[in-house]
Design a protein around this ligand. Structure first.
Ligand SMILES: [Zn+2]
Ligand SMILES: [Zn+2]
Length: 369
């Protein structure tokens, strides 16, 4: 029992991620996050995993131990784990797969290729700052308090921010583990107050577990599924867009210019903050258009069922009724049957982006050769 007490109390904030608490607790006691985790959970190799997901699939007893150490209720610890939070959107989550709508850590051993996202202003005071779990949500792109666009690199040495690699002498969580400078002192931050309204609305659906869509009540699961489909629809319109697709988006006043700048074919969660902001803003515009306008646009632009079901993703439930009313002019083909893809410049760039993601810096080295 004595082992499960901390001499200096470090409480888990109500919205704090588990990794943030572990790092803070370690540094507060003058040891590195690595030594801290070795002391309490030696066999788990904690930092080779995505700590924020929680320990449901590894050793659920760890939650009880964190609750004791942080002097919080078990429900509070469970409440900030990503597995618990995302169970609202997914009936089952495969622990071996990436979770949709969650920024992946893309780790190799203890090194993460994707740095922790943060707001520089929120990290200004090292002694009191922490990471809210919402910084792991792929739709959280701007700090609601400061309006700053979240970043995930050190502004000085450009290393992905990985505070779990800090040493005991580094003292505060807002320190870059490579150049040792404080990330809370960055003055040149970009802001986007407009996006906060969209982000708040998406948060609202997530927190309430439901939303209104075209005059009807839908579950958060259905609403998020539609939002994801619409992003795919927009990306598809750039790449393989048919005339009815483009006319439809034009009628709905959707701006495809910025989306066209997204060259990689990576999943939404792997895109940069700016790319996700552009995609979400335009997909959100579509989701809030009234049903009457959808009908008008669909008929004016001569849309067929195939305009929507050729997108490489199952049609979301909330869109089925709307699309069923459209004429069907041919049997849909989703993929070229067994044919080799055309080696277009876009195809090669997408392939290359995947290789760079898989091999990290090795891929970058190859670019320079
Ligand atoms: Zn902030
Ligand atoms: Zn640095």
């Amino acid at each position: 029992m004595e082992r499960l007490t901390l001499p200096i109390p470090v409480r888990l904030h109500v919205d704090e991620s588990l990794s943030s608490w572990m790092i803070r607790a370690a540094l507060r006691h003058g040891c590195s996050p690595f030594d801290f985790s070795q002391y309490y959970w030696e066999k788990l190799r904690v930092w080779t995993k995505d700590v924020d997901r929680g320990f449901q699939y590894i050793d659920p007893f760890v939650h009880q131990e964190i609750a004791k150490l942080s002097r919080c209720r078990l429900e509070s610890v469970m409440g900030v784990s990503l597995y618990s939070l995302m169970s609202l959107l997914f009936e089952c989550i495969n622990p071996k797969e990436a979770i949709k709508w969650i920024i992946p850590i893309s780790n190799r051993n203890r090194t993460h290729k994707t740095g922790q996202y943060y707001c520089p202003q929120c990290l200004e005071y090292g002694k009191s700052c922490y990471f809210p779990i919402s910084w792991r949500f792929a739709w959280h792109l701007v700090c609601p308090t400061h309006g700053s666009i979240l970043v995930n690199q050190c502004p000085y040495c450009h290393t992905p921010y990985q505070p779990h690699l800090l040493h005991a002498r580094d003292k505060y969580i807002n320190t870059c583990h490579v150049c040792k400078r404080s990330l809370g002192q960055e003055l040149d931050t970009r802001q986007d107050w407009q996006f906060i309204r969209i982000q708040n609305d998406i948060d609202g659906v997530f927190q309430k577990g439901k939303s209104r869509l075209w005059g009807e009540s839908v579950s958060a699961q259905q609403w998020f599924s539609l939002l994801r489909y619409l992003q795919m629809f927009l990306r598809n319109a750039i790449e393989h867009g048919t005339k009815p697709q483009r006319d439809f988006l034009d009628y709905m006043q959707i701006d495809l210019e910025d989306i066209a700048q997204i060259k990689s074919g990576l999943a939404f969660e792997y895109l940069t903050c700016d790319e996700r902001r552009v995609l979400l803003s335009e997909a959100y515009k579509l989701i809030i258009k009234p049903k009457s306008l959808w009908f008008k646009a669909l008929s004016q632009c001569a849309c067929k069922k195939q305009t929507f079901i050729n997108v490489r993703r199952a049609l979301p439930q909330s869109l089925v009724q709307l699309i069923q009313s459209l004429p069907d002019n041919r049997t849909p083909k989703c993929m070229p049957a067994g044919g080799k893809p055309k080696l277009t410049e876009r195809y090669i760039k997408r392939k290359w982006a995947r290789i760079v993601r898989q091999y990290g810096n090795q891929g970058n080295t190859a670019t320079n050769m």
